[in-house]
Write a protein that binds this ligand. Sequence first.
Ligand SMILES: [Zn+2]
Length: 211
Amino acid sequence: MNDHGGERTALVQVCQRLQVSGLVAATDGNVSCRVGSERFLVTPSGKSKGELLPLDMLLVDLQGEVLQGRSRPSSEIRMHTLIYARRPDIRAIVHAHPPMLTAFTLASIPFMAEALPEVYLSFGSVPTAPYATPTTDEVPRSIEALVADHQAILLERHGAVTMGATPHDALLRLEKLEHAAHTLFYAHLLSHGALQPLPKDLLGKLDALFY
Ligand SMILES: [Zn+2]
């Protein structure tokens, strides 16, 4: 039964840190980890992330069908299946409700990754997907056009999703984004909303570091 023990443990550790960091509350959020080209482990629906055990993780296929485990998979399972189907390079996904990132989407203020060089270097641009009714097919549809080119997407009035090579990697991306959102919040306040991105020529120098 305890297939993929390392991945299950990694998911539990990420879930606990999400809870402790306040990136989720109650039963919010979901985390998954690919364990093959056609299957992945995902958190169950309706459970507190901080209380999950390795064997609580469900093994599902790319259609979201449960292959191993006794409970229902996360209500946002279709967001995970879409990302894994479209991005063979992605091996882990974290979805949470980080307060500051979510507040930016509530205020209709775009996340200005282009203002912080190290954030821009890590993420490029960070788009906000249009509002979608949580737990429905609207959620995967809302991110469909963004999945190919981004590893972090904000969900309007909902939260954020990050992708990575491991659950820990996706978690670190989410923590970095939420931390940056706090900095941007203060900057928006101090500049009375006049915060500017780096000029194009300086963004170009950052782009050049990738090549
Ligand atoms: Zn959510």
